[in-house]
Design a protein around this ligand. Structure first.
Ligand code: 0O2
Length: 356
């Protein structure tokens, strides 16, 4: 049975509480704050709640709360005040000091029983949850540190650096081919099919994290075989038809192989995400060999990119307020952006036709 310490200077009150609670709890009693603190010293771990009167000789209820706070003991068990005090200010002060509940005298036995039970349930559930969160945070911290150490090891390996150089070369290769196409377009049709290319090499920490998350071994062969997005390029176009034209011209080049294609423009994701994705195998030409490397190429319009950057933030933010509402707003924006992209394309077509 759990132990409750009843602190009240009036014996009849203590006895009444003992009578109400002794079937369910072990009852310990003290006549003032001083005696209560002495009793607590010896039974801190066994005490599950304190029922505390406010007006008492020597150390009163508030002084006892202060003493409990100083020692950090308010975090160990719920403290419930039982008092004849009806002032809102007093009650507020108690609650602000961390008291779990305030029961007014005179009280009914079922009210006392239920409020003690509820306060204890709530208190210990909250404590358990807090401990769980702390343990999870600690585990995450450890995981993060392991990732940092392992990725640092990877970074220092000469062969890892060589592999990264090869992926960088793949990025340069695709970038050059796209720039050549852009150059040709601006000569032939007086316009550029893309606005910008953003590229990135996955960091050692992200590589390690993804291999771990997907259960792949952390080796160079595994990176090569299992990760297709170490080299990443994002091609930002003005209009949807430029995306398909450019993607077609690039992927048709006779030494490029399409490993995978995902068309999230014709088949948008349920959150509204739209982009055309390819995993391409592209040749790089080194001093004594030609090698094929994987590169992820994403084609988007400016508007799709704007949307995806904002939506991406949501993915990495935990505990976002009104997350459901934001998801709905983002979906609405994605629909408006889709309509806008095609309207802009239509306007461009009209302008082009009027020029001919
Ligand atoms: P990050 O942080 O951008 O690198 P995978 O196992 O990742 O190779 P997956 O997820 O099936 O395979 O590939 P997919 O669907 O082609 O997505 C690849 C990338 O597209 C993602 O990389 C994102 O960059 C982007 N993407 C896909 N879906 C969404 C989306 O709903 N919103 C946004 N903002 N971006 C998206 P990562 O590795 O998931 O993320």
């Amino acid at each position: 049975m759990q132990k409750i310490l009843v602190v009240d200077d009036v014996e009849v009150n203590r006895e009444l509480l003992r009578y109400i609670l002794e079937d369910d709890y072990i009852i310990e009693m003290a006549a003032d704050g001083e005696e209560a603190m002495q009793k607590l010293q010896g039974s801190l771990n066994e005490t599950s709640a304190i029922l505390l009167d406010l007006q008492m000789p020597k150390v009163d209820g508030f002084a006892m709360i202060e003493a409990l706070r100083e020692r950090g003991w308010m975090q160990r068990f719920p403290v419930l005040v039982i008092s004849g005090e009806y002032s809102i200010d007093v009650e507020t002060r108690c609650l602000e000091l961390g008291v779990s509940d305030f029961i007014h005298k005179p009280f009914g036995s079922s009210v006392v029983k239920n409020r003690i039970k509820n306060a204890m349930d709530l208190f210990f559930t909250r404590n358990r949850l807090e401990r769980k969160v702390e343990e999870q945070a600690e585990a995450l911290k450890e995981q993060y540190e392991i990732i940092q150490i392992q990725s640092e090891k990877l970074r220092q390996e000469k062969s890892f650096n060589r592999l990264m150089m090869e992926y960088r070369s793949a990025i340069m290769e695709v970038e050059t081919r796209l720039k050549v196409l852009n150059e040709e377009f601006s000569q032939e049709f007086n316009r550029n099919p893309f606005e910008a290319i953003k590229s990135r090499l996955k960091s050692p920490a992200s590589i390690f994290e993804k291999l771990e998350r997907k259960g792949y071994p952390v080796t160079l062969e595994s990176i090569r075989e299992n990760l297709t997005d170490v080299a990443g390029l994002r091609v930002i176009c003005s209009f949807p038809d430029d995306i398909y034209r450019l993607a077609d011209l690039l992927t048709k080049q006779d030494d490029i192989v399409i490993v995978r294609e995902k068309d999230y423009i014709r088949n948008p994701k349920s959150n509204g995400y739209r982009s055309l994705h390819f995993i391409l195998s592209v040749p790089i030409f080194l001093s004594n060999e030609k090698k094929y490397m994987n590169a992820e190429v994403q084609f988007r319009t400016i508007a799709m990119d704007f949307w995806a950057s904002l939506e991406h933030k949501l993915k990495y933010k935990k505990d976002v307020d009104s997350a459901d509402e934001i998801v709905g707003m983002l979906k609405d924006c994605a629909d408006s952006i889709e309509a806008l992209d095609y309207q802009m394309q239509e306007i461009r077509n009209k302008i082009d036709r009027s020029r001919q």
